[in-house]
Ligand binder design. Structure first.
Ligand SMILES: NC(=O)c1ccc[n+]([C@@H]2O[C@H](COP(=O)([O-])OP(=O)(O)OC[C@H]3O[C@@H](n4cnc5c(N)ncnc54)[C@H](OP(=O)(O)O)[C@@H]3O)[C@@H](O)[C@H]2O)c1
Length: 343
């Protein structure tokens, strides 16, 4: 074995960043802690002997260059990504290292494709946005469910969350996205993002047993509407959210998640039901696990591991489903996520 590979985590002391740092260590990587607040970085580093701290405000390219110097990859877990994605991607391109982020912001993810696709492809750089629970997992499931299909009429991702206690970062990202949309709602239909003012509707969704039929908020649009159509020929992509979780997210007094086990995971559980339809036929992939923030860490770290070991299918800006072998990637997530393919 050579020396361990180094991964800079930008936003290392955030709720999700801490899971990423811990999981990198578990997988044998050496994390470098970065982010805008030197004090918070030092506080985290005090619990992790030997881990280096490299503070960098996101609007300071020289500091970002120092944060990424000598690293093999960077994971950006600092959001809102409308602010952090572009400068950290620019730094990754200057450093010549892969960039992975956990952005759940539809517009920010779309911007990453729009603004960096050509330059990243020309540089043979790898940039994977939304490599997380939202955006990444749904895309891997939909891609795996497609199997040998090259097109489908529609794809649906239904989120069966037991509840949703959002972090400050989730709330901040939601506010930024809401502002960018001028308060309008968004969906992906007829092969493009469409902004609209239709009222949300509650649907009955047949989740696999034992969850069974549950109320979901229809067209509760998440980052999967950017990642899935970025590489799959599916003109209708929609995502739906368990009504209780949608209510908790919307309520201003819902508390932040709290640790319920030794790994810091909350007691939130999830079932993600991905359904693709073509003609009269339906294919499905289902994922189950615990804590949408904690589980983002194995998703992002597995992505970095695959990029650094050359198990990728393309270069440039690419979603998880495009750049990785989706069924193989999903299998590798066990025991963090259990996956069932139902062709
Ligand atoms: N796609 C998904 O499934 C998924 C999963 C998990 C998280 N996320 C996203 O990841 C982001 C972080 O979530 P979280 O749960 O970790 O929230 P969090 O605990 O509130 O952490 C947010 C982090 O971002 C940093 N940050 C915010 N604005 C910044 C800026 N302008 N420059 C530099 N750093 C900045 C914060 O630093 P300060 O403390 O200094 O403000 C903090 O480290 C959110 O955007 C969230 O939506 C997405």
């Amino acid at each position: 074995m050579g020396s361990a590979q180094t991964v800079t985590v930008y936003g290392a002391y955030g709720h999700t960043g801490r899971f990423v740092v811990a999981h990198l260590r578990e997988r044998g990587f050496v994390p470098v802690l970065s982010g805008r607040d030197a004090g918070k970085l030092r506080e985290l580093a005090a619990t992790l002997p030997g881990v280096e701290v490299r503070p960098a405000p996101v609007d300071d390219p020289a500091a970002l260059d120092r944060a990424l110097a000598g690293a093999d990859a960077v994971i950006n877990s600092a959001g809102p990504f409308a602010t952090t994605a572009a400068p950290v991607i620019e730094a990754a391109l200057r450093a010549g290292i892969p960039y992975v982020d956990v952005a759940a912001e539809i517009e920010a993810n779309a911007d990453t494709f729009t603004h960096f696709a050509d330059r990243a492809r020309a540089a043979k750089a790898v940039i994977v946005p939304a490599m997380a629970f939202y955006g990444g997992l749904g895309d891997l499931l939909a891609t795996a469910a497609m199997g040998d299909w090259t097109t489908a009429d529609e794809a649906h991702i239904a989120y069966g969350l037991s509840g949703w206690h959002p972090t400050a970062g989730t709330r901040a990202a939601g506010e930024v996205s809401h502002g960018r949309r001028g308060g309008r709602r968004v969906r992906y239909t007829k092969g493009r993002l469409e902004y609209h003012d239709d009222q949300p509707t509650v649907l009955k969704w047949h989740f696999p047993e034992p969850m069974g039929i549950r109320d979901v908020m229809g067209e509760f649009t998440m980052a999967d509407v950017v990642t899935i159509p970025s590489h799959l020929a599916v003109p209708e992509v929609s995502t739906h959210m368990a009504s209780e979780a949608a209510r908790e997210l919307a309520a201003s007094d819902t508390p932040a998640p709290t640790a319920a086990d030794d790994d810091g995971r909350s007691d939130q559980t999830f079932l993600v039901d991905a359904v693709v339809r073509s003609g009269g036929t339906e294919r499905r992939a289902v994922a189950r696990g615990r804590d949408i923030y904690a589980v983002t860490a194995p998703l992002a770290v597995e992505a970095v591991h695959r990029i650094l070991t050359g198990r990728t299918r393309t270069v440039g800006v690419a979603s998880a489903g495009e750049i990785f072998d989706a069924p193989d990637f999903l299998r590798a997530l066990s025991p963090h996520i259990s996956v069932e393919l139902r062709p």
